[in-house]
Ligand binder design. Sequence first.
Ligand code: ADP
Ligand code: MG
Length: 329
Amino acid sequence: MKLSRLGEFGLIERICRSAPTRRGVRVGIGDDAAWVSHGSGSSLITADLLIEGIHFDLNWTSLFALGHKSLAVNLSDIAAMGGTPAYAVLSLGIPRHFDSQQIDEFYRGFNGLAKKSAVALIGGDTNIAKSLIISVCVIGHAPRRPVRRGGAKVGDDVYVTGTLGDAALGLKLLRQKRSRQKRKLIAPLLARHHQPTARLAAGTLLARRHLATAMIDISDGLLQDLGHICKASNTGAAIWHEQLPLSPAYRKFAAKDGSVWALCGGEDYELLFCARPRDRAQIEKLQAVAGVKLTRIGSCVPADRRITVLDRGGNALPRPIKGHDHFKK
Ligand code: ADP
Ligand code: MG
């Protein structure tokens, strides 16, 4: 079958069916990170690949930002399981025309975030490539019970951290030619695209206090990643359109695009999680400690009601375009 028909997730399911396993694998393929136990406890492991021309364009991003981002996207997957990152393995495929200063700049971005996050760079591999390829694997400490995608129940609330759609709107604006002054105005959106923030504090607190029943990080757009939670949990979800947390810059620049980037834009790296309604007060309090806003945007409904976005009157809005699937584009 052509990969364009199978899609990224169909392909992953196919890989999963024949994946070898062994004792100690508590969560394998299919969540934000794997969870493995060993003699001295248990660890979370995740990997992400960034490829020039597919995930980034060096005309629009600095190598410093790229270094930061290539680690941040992995930290975000550890956060989505409620873990604490500890070790990173970084492999680079580097085009011949690069010089050592460019590589230094990349490592300044990577190492800066690693130090801030108490992550040690412990290895990797280096080779020549036709375009820049960045492969990062992060290993973290698991909480007693990592939060999986499949634990949501009908009636649970649905929350997100931070604001939605900024990174995708930033990327769209980045592609348009703008004056220097305009660039300044859209800087908050561009920053979200270039240097995303992994919501580590929120993730660990939600896991440690057993508040999240299911969790994922939003890398492919709210609706698509909510789809992963709903599929794994066998629920549907109703999202209240007017509750979507939008930043001031988003409201200012989204214009006729409305909420499309908030619903379907990729690379927010916010956490999407479900929680029991009886824990609302605790979640409200957690915001101050986590240092990020937590917004209740909907609730889990029976699976046959699928995922809907509702207007103020409770009417379903037409569902906008889908999220990211690298093989289906
Ligand atoms: P995320 O968006 O959270 O990084 P992905 O959608 O990339 O997650 O991956 C979903 C799951 O599939 C993860 O468990 C990931 O480790 C696994 N996965 C992705 N690609 C492969 C592959 N080529 N071989 C084995 N597992 C894979
Ligand atoms: Mg993820």
